[in-house]
Design a protein around this ligand. Structure first.
Ligand SMILES: [Zn+2]
Length: 229
C-alpha cells in the first residue's frame, strides 16, 4: 500500500437517523461494529467474526499506542512524528474527491501526514463550544488526525501483518479455491483506538464523522462550494 486516506465518505454514513447523543455515548466496540457495517467485505463475516475483528482492531490500536509511548516517553503524537521523520504538511487543496471528504491522510514514499485545512474547517466549526471538550477532552482536531495517521505510519512500517489483512472475507469460492480480501475498515478502527489511547480522548474519534456530517450535508445541498473560503 503506498497511500492511505483517512476520510469521511458520504456513502459511509447510513446511520444519520441515529440521535447524536447515542453515537457520542456509544462504546468503541459499538462504533467499530457500525463502521464494519459500511465495509462491503466485512459484511461477509458472521456476527461472531465481526465482533472478534473489532476487538482485535481496538486492542491493536491500544497496544501500538503503548509501544510508542514506551519508545517516546512524554512526547505528543506530533512530536513523535518529528522523531520518526514523518513531516506534517497542511494543505488548502480541495478536500473533496468524488464522494470522499478528506480530513487528513497518510502518504508513504516519502512518508508524510497531510492535513486538509479546508477539510477540517467545517468539523472545527461544528465542534465549537462545549462539544469539543466533551468529545476531545484537551486535544485539538489536528492532534486527533495526526495521531490517527501516525498509526497508519506505524502499521505500514512494522513487520507484523496489518490488522486489515488479519481477517479475510471470501469473495468467491470454487471447490477448494478461494478468492479472499482483507478488510480495510479494521485499520480505521485501530487508528481511532490508537488516537483515543495516545490522547486520552473521552470517546473513539469516529464520532467526529457524525459531528461533521450535518455541516457537510448542508454544504452539499447548498452546494458544497458555498462552504469554501
Ligand atoms: Zn485512516
Amino acid at each position: 500500500m503506498t497511500q492511505e486516506a483517512r476520510d469521511l465518505s458520504f456513502r459511509d454514513l447510513p446511520f444519520e437517523d441515529l440521535p447524536f447523543g447515542k453515537i457520542a455515548a456509544a462504546s468503541p466496540e459499538a462504533l467499530g461494529l457500525l463502521m464494519l457495517k459500511t465495509d462491503i467485505h466485512a459484511t461477509r463475516l458472521d456476527d461472531r467474526a465481526q465482533l472478534a475483528a473489532v476487538s482485535d482492531a481496538l486492542a491493536d490500536g491500544v497496544a501500538t499506542a503503548e509501544d510508542l509511548r514506551k519508545r517516546f516517553p512524554g512526547l505528543a503524537p506530533h512530536e513523535i512524528t518529528r522523531e520518526l521523520q514523518v513531516p506534517i504538511v497542511a494543505t488548502d487543496d480541495d478536500p473533496m474527491v468524488g464522494s470522499i471528504w478528506r480530513f487528513a491522510e497518510y502518504r508513504s514514499r516519502p512518508s508524510r501526514i497531510v492535513l486538509y485545512t479546508r477539510g477540517l474547517a467545517p468539523l472545527e466549526q461544528a465542534l465549537a463550544g462545549n462539544l469539543a471538550k466533551r468529545l476531545l477532552g484537551g486535544a485539538s482536531t489536528q492532534d486527533v488526525f495526526v495521531a490517527h495517521e501516525l498509526y497508519h505510519h506505524a502499521e505500514l512500517t512494522r513487520a507484523e501483518i496489518p490488522i486489515s489483512r488479519r481477517y479475510q472475507a471470501t469473495l468467491l469460492q470454487i471447490a477448494s479455491w478461494r478468492w479472499r480480501t482483507g478488510i480495510a475498515t479494521l485499520s480505521e478502527i485501530a487508528a481511532g483506538s490508537f488516537a483515543q489511547t495516545m490522547l486520552d480522548l473521552p470517546c473513539h474519534p469516529k464520532v467526529l464523522d457524525y459531528v461533521a456530517w450535518p455541516v457537510l450535508r448542508l454544504g452539499i445541498r447548498e452546494p458544497i462550494r458555498a462552504m469554501k473560503p
